[in-house]
Design a protein around this ligand. Structure first.
Ligand code: ADP
Ligand code: MG
Length: 244
C-alpha cells in the first residue's frame, strides 16, 4: 500500500488567541486533485501553508508521501522539498529574466547543474507555452504569462504535491482560462494537487474531492457534482449561491 500524498489528522492552529484551524483532517491519494473553497478568512491559505511547512501548527499530525512532520529540521526540509506552492501574486523575482527565475532556486538552493536546470526550464516553458518569453523580465509579461512562469518555476523541483493558493484571483478575466488550462494539463498528467479556488468549472472538471471550509473547520468534503448541485449544509449552500 502506498502512502497518501497528503495526510492530515486533527490539525489545530492558533494565531495568538485566534483558533484558525479546528480539528482539520484530510487525505489526498497519489494523483488526486482536491479543490479547497470557502469564505474569505476561513483558513484556506493557512491550511495549505501548513502543508508545505510555511506555517507551523500547535496540534495534530501531517505527512506528505509517508514522511511525517516530526519536529525535526530534516523532516521539515523534506516536506518543503516534496511540495510546491503557487501563489495568487506570482512572487517572481522582478530583476531576473524568466529563464533565471526558473533556474535560480534549483542551481543556488539545491546545487543542480546549470546545464540541467536550463534544459529543464526550456522544457517546462514549452509545456506552459512560453518558450518565446524566456528572455523577458516579469514586468514585461501579462498576468496570465507571469502565473504560468510561476507554475513552471514550481515544477522545476518536481514537487510530489502542488499547492495553488487562488492562482487566478489576481488575473483579468481573459487570462484566467490560459492558467486554468495549464493546471488542467498537469492534473491530467497525474500531478497530485490541492487548489484553493472558487472557479467552479475547474472544480467540476478536475476535482476528485471538493472540501468546503468555514471558520477554520471542514464543513463538507464530497465530489464536485454533489457539492455544487446539492450542498448539504446551509453554510455551503449560501457559499455556492454567492459564487454561482
Ligand atoms: P483564507 O485564505 O480562507 O481567506 P486565511 O488562512 O488567510 O483565510 O486566514 C484565516 C484566519 O487567520 C483569518 O481570520 C486571518 O485573519 C487569520 N490570519 C491569517 N494569517 C495570520 C497571521 N499571520 N497572523 C494572525 N492572524 C492571521
Ligand atoms: Mg487565502
Amino acid at each position: 500500500m502506498s502512502a497518501l500524498a497528503v495526510e492530515i489528522s486533527g490539525l489545530n492552529k492558533w494565531f495568538g488567541p485566534h483558533h484558525v484551524l479546528r480539528d482539520v483532517s484530510l487525505g489526498l491519494g497519489a494523483g488526486e486533485k482536491l479543490v479547497l473553497c470557502g469564505p474569505s478568512g476561513s483558513g484556506k491559505s493557512t491550511l495549505i501553508r501548513c502543508i508545505n511547512g510555511l506555517e507551523t501548527f500547535q496540534e495534530g499530525a501531517l505527512s506528505l508521501c509517508g514522511r511525517s512532520l516530526d519536529g525535526s529540521a530534516a523532516a521539515l526540509r523534506e516536506i518543503r522539498a516534496m511540495s510546491g506552492m503557487v501563489f495568487q501574486s506570482f512572487n517572481l523575482f522582478p530583476h531576473l529574466t524568466v529563464l533565471e527565475n526558473l533556474c535560480i532556486g534549483p542551481v543556488h538552493g539545491r546545487g543542480m547543474a546549470r546545464a540541467e536546470a536550463v534544459a529543464r526550464a526550456r522544457d517546462l516553458l514549452e509545456r506552459v507555452r512560453l518558450s518565446d518569453q524566456i528572455a523577458k523580465y516579469p514586468g514585461q509579461l501579462s498576468g496570465g504569462q507571469a502565473q504560468r512562469v510561476a507554475i513552471a518555476r514550481t515544477l522545476m523541483l518536481e514537487p510530489r504535491v502542488l499547492l495553488f493558493d487562488e492562482p487566478t484571483s489576481a488575473l483579468d478575466p481573459e487570462m484566467i482560462h490560459e492558467v486554468l488550462e495549464v493546471m488542467e494539463e498537469l492534473a491530467i498528467g497525474g500531478q497530485s494537487m490541492i487548489v484553493v479556488t472558487h472557479e467552479m468549472g475547474f472544480a467540476r472538471r478536475v476535482a476528485d474531492l471538493v472540501v468546503f471550509m468555514d471558520a477554520g473547520e471542514i464543513i463538507e468534503a464530497t465530489d464536485p457534482e454533489s457539492f455544487f448541485r446539492a450542498p448539504r449544509t446551509p453554510r455551503a449552500a449560501e457559499f455556492v449561491r454567492q459564487i454561482s
